[in-house]
Design a protein around this ligand. Sequence first.
Ligand code: GTR
Length: 330
Amino acid sequence: MIDRRDALRLALAAVALGLAGGGYAQPKMVLKASDVHPDGYPTVAAIVSMGKKLEAATNGRLSVQMYPSMQLGGEKEAIEQAQVGALQLARVSVGALGPVVDELNVFNLPYLFRSTAHMQKVIDGPIGQELLDKVTNNPKAGLVGLCWMDAGARSLYDTKKAIRNIDDLKGMKFRVMGNPMFVDMMNALGGNGVSMGYDQVFSALQTGVVDGAENNPPSFVFDNHYQVAKFYTLDEHLIVPEILVMSKKAWDALTPADQVLVKKFGREAQFEERELWVKYEKSAMDKAKAAGITITEIADKKPFQDAVKPVWDKYGPKYADMIKRIQAVQ
Ligand code: GTR
């Protein structure tokens, strides 16, 4: 026989163990997510929407708290925080994650993809899954690769002059993402690559620490770089997708059923973001034109493609098989 005091103790123990209610109640988990872009940006909106789906599917047990606009720092910081478990979801560029998971660097080769449609085919298919698994199975990364996101094509912008051909890049300093491949790329193009976090780009442009940077139209416009850099040159040297990673610590704390949900809604976020992206890219270009930005189309990209050959010579051989497979995707 158990008396009332024992019954109370047992009940308290059950609550502490999460057994109350007759089943194994999982504790509530708020997944902190970070993004360098502001609220409403396609990557931010897609992850907020993923969070709402998670919340609905788990009766509020799992939810996402988004920290946009670099509130938690730049992408290097976000990756490091996710690795130690201080942050649960980090949406970053593959450019920034390459130094952690080397296999991803294949996507960082300039002019690898023929078009954004080609890139999408690759990330949506078996190669995309294989590379997400490389993130997850990397023993040192401490991250789980959840899904990809679109980021269009990256082009040059600067505060000094319109760039009409490759020779115009000579002597100009361009900020690139924190990955040695991009410093090499910019140097091969004839400029000087300066790597720095995204959080420093606006002021570096403003104070003249760099003459320019390079990014897709939505970043150029909606992160306000166009207010200081008035020349945008569409050479489209990189088509680098984004990636959403989860802290391995947080992932391991989820039940297998919850892991399935997170993956499923992540995959859906990949396609939701893509639709938002198309609209955002168009409105970014419209806004840039309306603001009087000098936009230069590089019709003949061959000189740019030829110039980055040393980057391919240096990094390409390591990824030779993967490059062939990517190029074979139609
Ligand atoms: C943007 C990308 C960000 C960040 C940024 C950068 O296009 O969405 O994740 O990587 O570029 O240049 O650092």
